[in-house]
Design a protein around this ligand. Sequence first.
Ligand SMILES: Cc1cc2nc3c(=O)[nH]c(=O)nc-3n(C[C@H](O)[C@H](O)[C@H](O)COP(=O)(O)OP(=O)(O)OC[C@H]3O[C@@H](n4cnc5c(N)ncnc54)[C@H](O)[C@@H]3O)c2cc1C
Length: 339
Amino acid sequence: MNDLIVIGGGPVGLMTAIQARLSGLDVTVVEQRSGSIDKACGEGLMPDALLQLQSVGVDPIGHDFYGIRYISKGKMAQARFRSGPGRGVRRLVLHAAMYERAQELGVAMVTERVDKITQGAGWIQAGDLRSRYLVGADGLHSSVRRTLGLGGAPSGVQRFGIRQHFGITPWSDVVEVYWLDDSEIYVTPVGPNTVGVAVLGRSVLNLDEAIARVPELSARLDSVPRVSELRGAGPLMQRVSARSTDRVLLVGDASGYIDALTGEGLRLGFAEAHAAVNAISTDHVEHYERDWQKVTRSYRLMTGGLLWASSRRGLRPMIVPAARALPRVFNRIVDSLAA
Ligand SMILES: Cc1cc2nc3c(=O)[nH]c(=O)nc-3n(C[C@H](O)[C@H](O)[C@H](O)COP(=O)(O)OP(=O)(O)OC[C@H]3O[C@@H](n4cnc5c(N)ncnc54)[C@H](O)[C@@H]3O)c2cc1C
């Protein structure tokens, strides 16, 4: 019997598998899609996410960035990371690098969709595979979470995201966030000739229409070729009632998600993977909920707070001016996203 089955071979599932192998566990990843896996993402690895990858032997090719710039109606606020660079990395590149490392470490890979989970004394089974523990890393709409009844109450706030890539030399060494009245545009350098453009918002999202609302951005991008297909994801807010049962642990977006506003999904997911593997290797799964709460605390406060403020008509227009007027506070916030 395996030590661990990981459902979902996205970045957080692969990080869980890599960490598990490095801790000496036998692990199988079950992923429903084959080949290189793409997903709607801003693709900004915050400095700590990059360090976590490098610490397990993954150093994906991309484009380093050094901070975050907020822009709204001609006003701008910028903060640079003190801890070292982040990196914009195409999801296809990230997936390939993590997959290769997982294979090198001896992680078994199965291409299959898991819909049924059964369990007995000392074991848990997904499809034909049986193991001591199972990690659900199957994303925002986790079927592991649903099957085990770990989903929380549906959220009133429904935000979605879309993204596409443009073939242009990055014009900035920071991630740019353009604040519109009802949505934001995120521009991340991901290669010497590529930038990713993501839009997050409540209404039906239209990338062209969002870009057209920012003259300086449309002037840069209007005649530039698109070098990827348009992808979307959402609703982003996913509430979860508990992160584990006695044999199952949820990590990454499957374990609950607020919003992509602060670009921390991967940083958090990797930290959760680490905490989950610790809990499994020590046979103390009951510690995982506490550790999950600890590693996600600042994200829940910061992203929750920013989402709350940005959804208030009176407060949203004040976000960029406030970041500009209080540079030390903005720097501290950006540093906490990096850490
Ligand atoms: C528009 C947008 C912009 C974002 N920008 C950023 C950013 O700049 N930086 C950042 O860090 N984060 C960002 N995020 C968040 C980030 O994309 C996620 O947090 C991250 O992808 C979570 O990884 P994951 O492995 O948990 O889930 P996923 O990447 O969703 O992977 C889940 C995997 O599980 C598989 N799967 C699902 N169900 C099953 C099943 N039943 N059986 C088998 N396999 C299954 C899926 O095929 C998929 O491969 C953004 C998100 C959005 C939507």
